[in-house]
Write a protein that binds this ligand. Sequence first.
Ligand SMILES: *Cc1c(COP(=O)(O)O)cnc(C)c1O
Length: 395
Amino acid sequence: MNIYADNAATTKMSKAAVNAMMPYIEEFYGNPSSLYSFGQRAKEAVESARETIAGCIGAQRGEILFTSGGSEADNQAILSAAYFGRKSGKMHIISDTIEHHAVLHTLKKLEKEGFSVTYLPVHTDGIVRTEELEAAIREDTCLVTVMYANNEIGTIQPIREIGKICRERKILFHTDAVQAVGHLPIDVESEYIDMLSASAHKFHGPKGTGFLYARKGVRLTNLIEGGAQERGRRAGTENVPGIAGMSAALAESVQNIEAGQKHAAALRDRLIAGLAEIPHSALNGDPVKRLPSNVSFCFEGIEGESLLLLLDDKGICASSGSACTSGSLDPSHVLLAIGRVHDVAHGSLRLTLGDDATNEDVDYIIKSVKEVVDYLRSFSPVWRDLCAGKAQFIL
Ligand SMILES: *Cc1c(COP(=O)(O)O)cnc(C)c1O
């Protein structure tokens, strides 16, 4: 068996995306800024993609800015709101503790520049509370940035409610929707979203391509100086094949969103039920308000890294919220934020199923995880102490 269950890390490109890219790789390789018609072919592809993508999230064509991916879009949205805020003396930002590092590290940089940031807690369900957001708003708040759905535990935030609060207070609202775009229905108008980040490779498009939606009238600073591409807001020759591929991937994902959600949620719930049979285990994050493809668990008495390596031997690609995978020894900030203690957070497993997953795949994953957890516990000193009553079980 070979099962790719790490779709939150990246996805396989769709046929539609590959087919949409090929003409701009092999044939129409002109520069979109060139005046001759050969270059204009490329420009047409970029502008048609802009139109398609805007339509997929309820935006206008002029509100879509192409970037190199989700990280760049996050950086540009947050830095723009901060630097324009500072011009009117507003140097307070509200975010939360489970954001992606593209957001958190940008906020850290701003804190060093004198901005103050309030990080809203997420409760044990992995969701922020709108009352706490309202209470955190100050006279000098220039931005609220809260992710649409979390990449580790899959929890979905009350985006429309947050957007409404921000719109009423005339505060800019940005959402990192990298995990949500193409997977959940999104409408920037009715959800009061001012800025939104997305990344093609999370919805079956190519890597290194993404977009930032910025509502008409929202000002942006450019991160990259150079030519006048993207109306002066993002210099550099456009990634024409990437943009064409992203557009095709998104159009297809959005078209299939409802059926896809149902199929994925059924598999997800089967997987959750199966893994919950493992003693001293727990699901991370709200069981319902979560991405249809996300399953995140903690198992007491084991190390997530060993679990991943043994699952790899069984042909399963998965991920762990914990540490060594990302080259640091600290457990995931997301798992700590929902109240998992260090030891428990180290024994985490994230499985994010693909659109083509089947019940057989899920059953094989359940059987394999059960075997591997049993095996690892059989020689874990931590597990032995727990069983001997020398330490307390938490889960
Ligand atoms: C993957 C991811 C990003 C980064 O996107 P890239 O295109 O890889 O830069 C940002 N935020 C979230 C929530 C993500 O899952």
